[in-house]
Design a protein. Sequence first.
Length: 104
Amino acid sequence: MSKEQTGRESGIGLAERKHLSPPRKYGVFLLNDDYTTMDFVVGVLTEIFLLAEEKAHAIMLLVHHEGKGLCGVYSRDVAQSKQQKVLDRARQEGHPLQCILEEM
């Protein structure tokens, strides 16, 4: 076996690798405002988060009534990418929609 296959080259032994925790997950949330249309929010949920129309509508209502709604849970890089896509699309369309990340 080569050093790459055993993991010895990196200095991490088998016992140490067993104690590594899985990557952290981050929730992507939309926040309610008084200006962004419900149709726009549903569009964001279906196009960026790839949610079914019914699920997107349910999350949009949660955002509307509760002030915040979970769109999905992802690794940090994916969550940040989705957040940026939401913010970019909202700005392009002239909406003040806010999207935040929270560690789960």
